[in-house]
Every structure is written in C-alpha cells, then in structure tokens.
Write a protein that binds this ligand. Sequence first.
Ligand SMILES: Cc1cc2nc3c(=O)[nH]c(=O)nc-3n(C[C@H](O)[C@H](O)[C@H](O)COP(=O)(O)OP(=O)(O)OC[C@H]3O[C@@H](n4cnc5c(N)ncnc54)[C@H](O)[C@@H]3O)c2cc1C
Length: 502
Amino acid sequence: MRVLVWFRNDLRLHDHAPLHTAFQHQFEPIAVYCFDLRQFGQTSFGFEKTGAFRAQFLRESVMALRESLRSHRSNLMIRIGQPELIVPELAQALGCEAVYFHKEVTSEEVSVEAALQQRLDALGIRHQSFWGATLHEPDELPFAVAQIPEIFTQFRKRVEAEVKVAQPLPTPTQFPPLPPDLNCGDCPTLAQLGLEDVATDPRAVQTFRGGEAEGLKRLQTYIWEKDRLRVYKQTRNGMLDPDDSSKLSPWLALGCLSPRYVHDQVAQYEAERVKNDSTYWLIFELLWRDYFRWISAKHGDRLFRSSGLRGLKLPWKEDWARFELWRNGKTGYPLVDASMQELLTTGFMSNRGRQNVASFLTKNLGIHWQMGAEWFESKLIDYDVCSNWGNWNYTAGVGNDARGFRFFNILKQSKDYDPKGEYVRHWLPELASIPGEQIHTPWKLTPLEQKLYGIQLGVSYPNVVVDLWTSAKANEQLYNQACDQFDAKNQPFRGVTKPHRR
Ligand SMILES: Cc1cc2nc3c(=O)[nH]c(=O)nc-3n(C[C@H](O)[C@H](O)[C@H](O)COP(=O)(O)OP(=O)(O)OC[C@H]3O[C@@H](n4cnc5c(N)ncnc54)[C@H](O)[C@@H]3O)c2cc1C
C-alpha cells in the first residue's frame, strides 16, 4: 500500500512520525513538498512574507531532503502551489491509500490542513496527522491543551516534574523503490519565488546552510566538538561569538532538527561529560519554544491580534518615518542599530538583541508591535510563527502573562552585554574609533571628541530619535491608562479587535 507523506516544517528523516508509521505498517512512502506561493506574498504591512534569507535556507533544506532520500534510492517530489489542491491530486494519481503529515497549530497552516482533509475525504483517501515539533506530544502533557497554564513557570514546573521526554524515533534506512516515471519536479529558484538573490554580509557571526545534515552537524560541533554546552548558561547572552549560543534555531524552525533529538543529545552529554546548570538551561529554552506553541494552540488567532493574547487595547502608532529608522538601524542608539543592521544583512540576531530592539520599538517609540513582528517574520532566517508572535506579544506587554510596563534600559543592556563595545564596533564601523563603552553613547561626545574620532553626529551617525527616559515615561502612561480600563472591565481575553493577519 502506498502512502503520500506531505512534508512541511519537518524537513528531516530522523524522528519523523509520519515516515516512521508508514514503515511500521510496511507501507510504501512517497514524499512530497509544496512551495506554497501564499507564503511568498506580502504581510499586512507590505513586507515580503518570506524574505530571501529564509527562502534560500528553505530551498537548501528541501534540496537536502531530496538528496538524502536519493541516497536511499528514493526521492522527494517538489511542487509549486497550494498543498490542499496538489497533495490530494497526487495521492489520487499515484493510487495512495492515505496521506500522512505533521500538524501545525496556527490558522494559515490549520486552514490548509482542513481544506486538504476535506478534499481527501471527498476522494475517499485516508489521512492521518502527527505531532512532531515539541519535546512532548499533547497527550503526554499533564494538562489538556485548553488548560495550559497562562504562566510559563507553572507550565514548566509541572512538565518537568511529571513527564519525561520520549526517545526520538529512528531514521528509516531502507526505502522501497519509487513508481517508475515519477515526475519529481524541480526546486524553484529565488526568482521563481519572486525574490532577489542576497549575499549574506561577510560580517555575519554564523553562516547558516539549510538541511538536516547541516543541522545535525551544528549540534555535533556545538555540543561535542567545541564542548560549548558546558558553559551555555554563562555565554548564551553574547552577541558576537557564533558559539555564545547554540544557533540551532533555523534548523529547529524548519524541522531539520527535531527537539526530541536535541534533548536526547543533551541527555547523552550529561551522562558522558557533565550535567550542570548549562545543560539544564538549553532544555529550559526549548521548553520556552514549546510553550509558545502550546499557547498558540490554546488561543488561536488571539496571538495575531493587535490587543494580543491578553486582549489589551493600546494606542499604538503607525509612525512610518520612525519605523524606517528602526528597521534600517538608524535610531542613534548603537545597540539597537547594530542589531537591526545585523538582521537586515544576515537574517539573524541574538536573543539579547531581539529583546532590546523589540522593547525599543514598542516601549520607546510606541510603534505598533505588529509592524515589528511582521518585519521579523519577513527577515528572520529562523522565523517560527509561534516563537515570533509569542515573543512579540510578551515584549509588547500584550502577552498572556503581561504584568506592568516593563522595558529594557538600552544603555544598561549595552554596558552589561557589550561592555567593550565590540559588538557595536563590528556592525557600525562609523563608530569604531570611539574607545571603550563610550561607543554606546555617541550623543555625549563633545565636538572635539567627535573630531578626534572622525564622527559628525547627525551626518556620519544619526542623532538619537527619542530620549530614552522621556519616551518610556510617555508610553508607560498610555499603557497604565489602558490597563486601568482593562482592569475595570476585568474580563481577560476579551480582545474585540479582528484578527489582524491570519
Ligand atoms: C521579539 C522576538 C522574536 C523572536 N522570534 C523568534 C523566531 O521567529 N524564531 C525562533 O526560533 N526564535 C525566536 N525568538 C527567540 C530567540 O531569540 C531565538 O530562538 C534565539 O535567539 C535563537 O538563537 P539560538 O538558537 O542560538 O538560541 P539558544 O539560546 O541556543 O536557544 C536554544 C533554542 O531554544 C529556543 N529558544 C531560545 N530562546 C527562545 C525564546 N525566547 N522563545 C522561543 N524559543 C526560544 C530556540 O529554538 C533556540 O534555538 C524571538 C525572540 C524575541 C525576543
């Protein structure tokens, strides 16, 4: 019996439940991936929905999957178009009894699944969906998805105490031959996806290449060869050294790496080398990743609403002039500018950078958090719908456990996490000659110092767009007013605005 395995954000052979199940039942799997052009359109604010860095990483991952299937004398069919039309058609034409795939949780993806299932039902073709993007399956959790706690710590403590992470499923080794004359199709070029080629800036901290083998290689290098897991907790906030943090996110986002496999490797490392707060912390971060997915599954479209998961209506501004300064790294705050230029020219930014720039956009500039979330969606090479929109909800203060107006003091952050100014110097060469931590406050330079360091404020580097404290105070007031109104109603999760995007 033939089964069509529809690949989505699960571009791997290891720990792959649909493939594993097909083999368990001795079915013949035929693999297919569809480039859905809707994912290459525009976001609601007019940005490329999938920018060139991620599109290229995706192409590499799809082609790598094809190569590994070929090495097993199989192949990956590649199509361009809507999966809900293409997959049932293929299943019928190839005489497949069933279609297997991994489930997603957010609305665009879920509506594709629903339409696909409807069509398959009409054709009398069975379908089965699987869970595969988190450490645990829904039925392993100590609570139903609808009852997931609204506070991460409550979720984490119960999960840590009550459930183990299952072993990853084995990688299939022997594939049956494919039907003869199968038209496997070609991988679209960036131009066919409506995108222009981009070269990653040579200053990029890490070059990311898509595909399962590359993801496994990075895991092997980071954990075992460089032995950096040992000190992850101390280094993970660094912004410049590629091994400060794991850099696994792009492969996890596209499913080239399974989180259960990462967990398994960490457990092995703990058994063979060392078990310490760093090894624990990597799993802690993977639980955050899971948590955003569970919360997205629980709350659906609230994730994408202007009022966020909490339903808090704030008077966000659509100030395009200032947004342009933010997205191009021209705000006058070196840490923000360096981070935004890194994102623009490489598709990556450290977690520390993301938290600071998101806080600056929402808490200092008061600009609509969804503009930031969509910009990240467009640019991030590791874009993951739940992690991105979940983190933005959180930083904008509209998340499920939002508590008060919290904002990052960019200057303190700069001094704490880039004390010598090396990160800023790396990305903003125009400031490179300013010594030590003075580089974080170029607006304080006297005319004489400016001359000495070859800078002209307002010409070679911008003046600050807002004062840090005055702007935060003004936005705090607006936030507190909105909270008072919200609390007066005391009806959590009654966001009345329409879903903005999905
Ligand atoms: C505004 C904002 C937007 C973000 N958007 C994304 C996104 O689209 N995709 C994405 O993968 N991460 C996102 N993150 C989370 C985090 O910044 C990245 O996962 C991390 O920087 C990736 O680098 P790393 O793999 O070296 O992380 P490490 O520190 O090595 O962490 C290991 C893994 O844990 C997960 N992880 C770590 N921190 C978080 C977190 N805060 N939330 C969710 N998962 C986490 C990631 O899968 C990461 O690869 C966002 C954070 C913020 C503040």
